[in-house]
Structure formats: C-alpha cells, structure tokens
Design a binder for this molecule. Sequence first.
Ligand SMILES: [Zn+2]
Length: 215
Amino acid sequence: MNILFIAPPAAGKGTFSDLIKNKYGYTHISTGDLLREEVKSGSELGKTLSDKMSKGELISDELIKEILEKKLETINKNKPFIMDGYPRTIEQAKAYEEILEKLNLDLGKVIYLKIDKETGLKRVLGRLTCPKCKKGYNKLTGYNMPKVEWVCDECNVELESRKDDTEEAYNVRYDTYMRETQPLIDYFKNKGNLIEIDSTKDADSTMKEIEQWLV
Ligand SMILES: [Zn+2]
C-alpha cells in the first residue's frame, strides 16, 4: 500500500517515514531530495532548476511533475513507496493522479497525522539533542526524557536545544501549513482516500495505528 503523508510541523512525519522504510522496505520519495539530486546530476533540467533556485524563483508545477514522473518510472514497482512533500495543492494532487494513472501506479492511502497546535508546540520547544551521538530527547512531552536533566543518557554530555525552535516560529509554520493544506485534506477525504491518525500520542502507539493500513 503506497502512502502519502499529510502532516503539520512536529506531527512526526520524519520519524514514521523512517520506521516504515526500515521495517517494511518502502521506497521514500521526497520531492525536495529529487530536486537536489537533479541539480547535482548536472542534467539540462538540473541546470534549469539550479538557475531558478539561485534566483529564488519558485519551481513550477510542470517542472516538479516532470521530475517526479521521471523518478516514478524508474522505481522498483514491487515495492510500495512513501510520497513526501508532494502534492501540496489540489492542482498538484490532480497532476500527481495523472502521473499515477499513466504509470499504472496506485495512490494508496493518504495518511493525515493529526496534531493540535499545543501538542506540536510542546514537542518543538522541548526538543533536546545530544551534540555527540545526535540522540533526540524531549523535556516537555513526558516521552524520551533524559534520565538526568539536560544530560545524554549514553554519552553523559550536556544536551542542546535548537535556537530556531521558538514559539512564534512554530505558530506561524503550523498556521500556514493548516491554511494551505486544508483544501487538500478535504479533497482526499471526499475521494475516500484519507486516513486520519491521532499523532499526539507516543510514537509506538501512533506507529501501531499506521501499521494497520500498511498491508
Ligand atoms: Zn549522546
């Protein structure tokens, strides 16, 4: 079952993508990564992209569609995939469905990882990372609390918080995401593809709920 995630900031999309990829062998397709790879390859398309990016121009829907189609043509069709970062608008969703139809691929399920702003904010503000082993902790959510305050369980070094994890920045990111994505949520809901999953709980419980839809 192919998956498309819809997830507000701090809903855990990265965590669950990794878990599903490692446990079930999904191919992870991130449009951000695809754009960067195309630039690196030095192709004509890559040159066009790099030119636009360096000027700060938006990458058009047609270009993204072209790159994504190229990628989906070459993936191993025996393995399911996670689509990450696309589509973001209804126009893109329609373009995506055209690609899928053309390549005889299934949309699968659209998994909406629901999280309210308060819980997301706690997650973001409580984030602590070990500078040495990169293990993540959280001092506010009650999960992954370090045994000793501000100290990594493994390395015994002081944990760090991220400076860009501010309340104001999170609120703006969350509100913008929800405003822009609500039409897409409604679109997939009306089509009967949307699965809503409560992502405010700990990762294990949420993963179990997601797993029910993978087979
Ligand atoms: Zn550590």
